[in-house]
Design a protein around this ligand. Sequence first.
Ligand code: CP
Ligand code: NVA
Length: 316
Amino acid sequence: MIKHFLELADYSSAELRELLDMAAAQKKLYKEGGRDLCLSGKTMVMLFEKPSSRTRVSFEVGMTQLGGSAVYLRPEDIGGLGQREPISDLTRVLNGYVDLIVARTFEHSSVIELAHYAKMPVINALTEKCHPCQAMADMLTIREHFGRLEGLKLAFIGDGNNMAYSLAAACMRLGLAFSIAAPAAYALPKESVEFLKKLGDGSNLITTQSPAEAAQDADIVYTDTWTSMGQEEEKHQRMANFKGYQINDELLKVAAAGAKVMHCLPAYRGLEITNEVMEGPQSIVFDQAENRLHFQRFLMKYLLEEGTEEGMRHEA
Ligand code: CP
Ligand code: NVA
C-alpha cells in the first residue's frame, strides 16, 4: 500500500504518536551530529500553487539532509494545477520521474487527485482545508515544552481555517482539549466540528465567539493570520471583522500560568498577535518553525521506507 500524508484523520492516534516518537528520535540524532542518508538517490517534486518560505525550505533542506534532491515548481511553472493539463496526466508523467510529491494547492481535492494517480507518496503541504505537517510539527514542539500532550488545552484564536482544522484534528487524536474563538461567520463549519469530535476519545472541542472564554486556563494559545492565501481580496473586510481576535498581554492573563504562545507564521504583528507577545517570553513560534524541518525530514523517510510499492513506478 502506498502511504500518503493528506490529512491527520487518515492516521490513528497510535500512528500519530509513533510518528512523533520517531521524528523526535531522528531530531535528536541530527542535533547530536548524526546523519542518515537513507534517501540517497531519491528525488521529489514540489508542486506549489501558493507562496511559501518555511514549507519550501524545510522540505528541500530535509530531503538534501537525507541524501536526496528536490525539484521545486512555482505556481507559474505549473501554469495552474489542472489548467495547463489534467492533474491525472501530470501525475502519470511524474510517476516516471520522481519518488515523492509534496504539494501545496488551493483545493484539497487536488491533493486527493494527485494521490489517486500517484505511484508514490503524496504529502499535503497545505490546502484550503488543512495543514497537517504544520500541526504535527506543532505537536512535537508542544511535547518538547510540556513533556506531554495528553491533558493539555490548546486555544485557537481567530479564523476557523486550515490551521484551526488541522490543530483540532491533532488535538482530538492526541488527547488535548481544543477550544476555538472565532467570529460567527468564520467559525469552523458545523460538519467539520462533528467530524473532528469523532476523531478523539472524548477530548473536549469547544467553539465560542469569545477569545477570553476559549483562552481560559489554556496551556497553549495559538493564532494564525486573519487573511489566508487566496483571500487577499477580503483583507479589509476581515481586518474589521476579526478586530479583538488577537493574542495580547490582556488575553494571556486568563490563560494558564506558564502558557505558551504559538503561531504557524507568517505573522502580522498588531493584527492577530501583538509584537510584545510575539517577542515575549511565552512565545515559542521559532521553535515550532524549526520543527517543521525535523518532522518533515522524518516524514519523508517514513513514507518512502514504509509506504511505497517497490518497482511499481516502472511497471506502467
Ligand atoms: N507556516 C507555513 O506553512 O509557512 P510558509 O507559508 O512560509 O510555508
Ligand atoms: N492559514 C494560512 C496558513 C499559512 C501557513 C494560509 O492558508 O494562508
